[in-house]
Design a binder for this molecule. Structure first.
Ligand code: NAP
Ligand code: ZN
Ligand code: ZN
Length: 353
């Protein structure tokens, strides 16, 4: 199938209209007409080759919500007309220990990500959600709970699961003080989810114009991270800190805010290494760890949790023609709090520029 998409042709080129091929659905596949796709900072890192390894042309997008328009003969979970989601994963080996434990993101044969991964069907690379439609094996397609706003639910597929998974893994809950560093797409979901789990939430931001929003989103306290005196008040006090920062920053300023045996989990992926002063780990027996999205089972659990608690992202809906501006704004931390592309704008675009 010929499908309209937006793609980048090099690390320095803008995203532009293009045509891609999608396969016809096989027996286990679901064909989804994409309604909304969130814009994750990982899309920017990849398009601009900041992590190296990008294969061009690159069609990003892994926060996909759409309508099922066709199902293969052996599909059991979905039928035509269902609203469905696709996140960061579209396949894995399904046989290794990680896959068997529902941790497909750590597939030992190499997880197949929604974009920029080898695509066994086409022989090329996978193409993501900045497109009209996508075809995915039903094992990697999520059910979207009734009642959630579709555009606001799209960011749950990456920003939601990437923050939910470490909160669950670290057993965050009532009676705990949790720090969230960086109030962007991931950070604002982290605040909503940690609050729904019952934690006392402190946001650390570099943007003074996000303070009121942080409180509205559910934070109990907000700290301007450049204010040394304000930071000092939180020394040795946090059970858990989630660091979502996309750029270079001083990780030690946050490690010292952990109480004894507390954990800081890094989910932001700056393109440069972060320098850790190990004495901040040694004194207090503190932990510094990382976390990568979440497996399919946990992603469905997170969606169901959001359905029960009526949690979606705070979004700015944009036509796809504005996606390059959105990237520039993301890099400047000018996001409140997730850009989501209304894919009707791609479908309606009459001619390819
Ligand atoms: P985002 O919307 O751009 O948010 C990042 C926020 O971090 C910014 O809004 C800003 O918040 C803060 N920030 C950015 N650069 C900073 C700097 N140099 N120093 C201090 N603060 C800075 O990005 P996102 O989509 O949430 O993604 C965040 C990071 O997580 C990206 O690196 C992305 O690739 C990564 N990611 C990882 C996973 C995973 O599985 N581990 C999954 C998805 C995304 P304030 O204005 O509040 O300071
Ligand atoms: Zn993402
Ligand atoms: Zn595997």
């Amino acid at each position: 199938m010929n499908t309209k998409a937006y793609s980048a042709h090099s690390a320095s080129s803008l995203l532009a209209p293009s045509q891609i091929e999608r396969r016809d659905p096989g027996d286990h596949d679901v064909q989804i007409e994409i309604l909304f796709c969130g814009v994750c900072h990982s899309d920017v890192h990849t398009v601009r080759n900041e992590w190296l390894g990008t294969i061009y042309p690159c069609v990003p997008g892994h926060e996909i919500i759409g309508r099922v328009v066709k199902v293969g003969a052996k599909v059991v979970k979905f039928e035509e007309g269902d609203i469905a989601g696709v996140g960061c994963l579209v396949d894995s080996c399904r046989a290794c220990a990680s896959c068997r434990e529902g941790l497909e993101q750590f597939c030992e044969a190499g997880a197949i990500f929604t974009y920029n991964s080898p695509d066994k069907h086409s022989g090329g690379v996978t193409f993501g959600g900045y497109s009209e439609s996508i075809v995915v094996d039903e094992a990697f397609v999520l059910k979207i709970p009734d009642g959630l706003d579709h555009a606001g639910a799209a960011p749950l597929l990456c920003a939601g699961i990437t923050t939910y998974s470490p909160l669950m893994h670290n057993k965050v809950g009532k009676g705990q003080k949790v720090g969230v560093v960086g109030l962007g797409g991931l950070g604002h979901m982290g605040v909503k989810l940690a609050k729904a789990l019952g934690a006392h939430v402190v946001v650390f931001t570099t943007s003074s114009n996000k303070v009121e929003d942080a409180l509205r989103l559910g934070a109990d306290e907000v700290v301007h991270s450049k204010d040394g005196a304000a930071m000092k008040k939180h020394l040795n006090s946090c059970h858990f800190i989630l660091d979502t920062v996309a750029g270079k920053h001083d990780i030690n300023a946050y490690l010292v805010l952990l109480r004894r045996e507390g954990t800081l989990t890094q989910v932001g992926v700056p393109s440069e290494p972060l320098a850790v002063d190990v004495s901040n780990l040694i004194f207090g027996r503190r932990n510094f760890s990382g976390s990568l999205i979440g497996g399919l089972k946990e992603t469905q659990e997170m969606l169901d949790f959001c359905g029960r608690h009526d949690i979606t992202a705070d979004i700015e809906l944009i036509p796809i023609q504005k996606v390059n501006d959105a990237y520039d704004r993301l890099v400047k931390s000018d996001v409140k709090y997730r850009f989501v592309i209304d894919m009707a704008s791609l479908r309606q675009a009459s001619a390819l520029a």
